[in-house]
Design a protein around this ligand. Sequence first.
Ligand SMILES: [Zn+2]
Ligand SMILES: [Zn+2]
Length: 71
Amino acid sequence: MTDASAVTAWKKCSTCKKDIPFRALYYTCSVSTCKNAKLGIVFCSVLCWDGHLGFARHRSAYAEEESAPAS
Ligand SMILES: [Zn+2]
Ligand SMILES: [Zn+2]
């Protein structure tokens, strides 16, 4: 296992699967079932969160900006 992205990435975006690096800004869905999901649903951008809405069909939701931990 010499994949460098496995070392530098904190999590992967739930929509586009892009790496979310440590200390980076990311977005979560404000809906509690998404926030509390065991998989940890996170998005690299508001656009990706927007794509998630197409699947989740939330009535009202907003993206919450968070920052990834340092390590
Ligand atoms: Zn993304
Ligand atoms: Zn959601």
